[in-house]
Design a protein around this ligand. Sequence first.
Ligand code: GCU
Length: 441
Amino acid sequence: MLTALAFSLALQTPTPTVTTEQDHRETLAMLGIQTLRPYADGMVPTAPNAANTTESKAWIWGDVPPLMKFSDGSEIKSREDWQRRRGELLEAFDREVYGRTPKRLPKVTWTLVEEKQEKIGDFDVIRKSLKGVVDNRSYPAISVEIPLTLVTPAGAKGKVPVILEFGFGMRPGGAAGPNRQNQAPAWTQQILKRGWGYAVIVPNAYQADSGAGLRSGIIGLVNKGKLRKPDDWGALKAWAWGASRALDYLQSDKAVDGKKVAIEGLSRYGKATLVTMVYEPRFAAGFVGSSGAGGVKLWRRDFGERETNLASSGEYHWMTPNFIKYAGPLTPADLPVDQHQFLALCAPRPVFVGTGSPNVEGHWVDSRGMFISTALASPAWELLGSSGLPTSVMPKEDSGLTDSVLAFRQHSGGHTNGPNWASFLDWFGRVLNISTSPRQN
Ligand code: GCU
């Protein structure tokens, strides 16, 4: 006879454990892929598979697919056409690149863990530590929580705009953590000075940043710890889902102007920021920092990081399994889409594309490739009555194109959003018509 205890133990199936290499191997076997082309080596310039950094060798995969044409070649002329094209593009990106976010996802319940009035740097603030607990009754072996910190100015007169960051970690005390943004004054202080607030979400807490982690976190929970199917979602989409749940909370908090919440991230979280902007229309703006391959950079440009890196065991978990095909039997030339089309899916909403200097940041993220992609995406903003980049000539470092709703800026520093923060915040205030209420130090 099954006792109540035995019954509840039977439900607690242990969390499946696999290594990243195992999960990657099983994924390749599921797709019927024997071998992958070598990924680019960004460290050793003399390696046979060294990353290309020569502009004249960048276009080996041919021209990018046109933005303003349907897949049957007919022209896109109206907003209605664009809406239909948007559907076509989303289907291709879901199936081949980032995966399908499951239709039914468990509910998240937000709890306030701690609320404190304190001083952060020069400013008096209210800091709230929160956790979003995901309903795991469908598979109790896996628990998932979304950690979120919200900091707003103490004594604010009304609801404030908030910038939500995909954070690399948290410092004790819950302030924004070591996010490679080593400029002075810190971005958080720049925001508070304007009388606005910021929030930090920790994406790898609800979806680990590894292939081994695909059997747990929100992906594992929904999948009951099994191997992903060919078009299942990857970590970038899972991270974006968490940002949407954080926005649910932020829109319910009386200190926050829920219509003026921007999302920001750097590098892998720059990619996640772009994905979030495409799939979550409630975010008012996005600051997509040094997103490179899998972000704004074009797949058809062989410069810096390659699609083969994102198909390798170190990064495939960001993408849908189907994407790996383009590093094996197929090539980027076979992809039905390219990333200027993905960026265009954000139109007509405000997006700020940022990058650093190739001399300091290196060539890995392909700043020029990101600029070309942004310029190629611009007609979508224009068609929808907004503004894309005004030129296809890349601006000099530290002088961005930030008068338009789709903006681009390359700073002269390294792999950080740091030097772009002031321009981003000015632009955000301008495009959203936000009046600042500067705070005294
Ligand atoms: C690696 C990876 C990049 C990624 C970066 C980061 O360099 O290849 O795609 O953007 O890590 O997140 O810092």
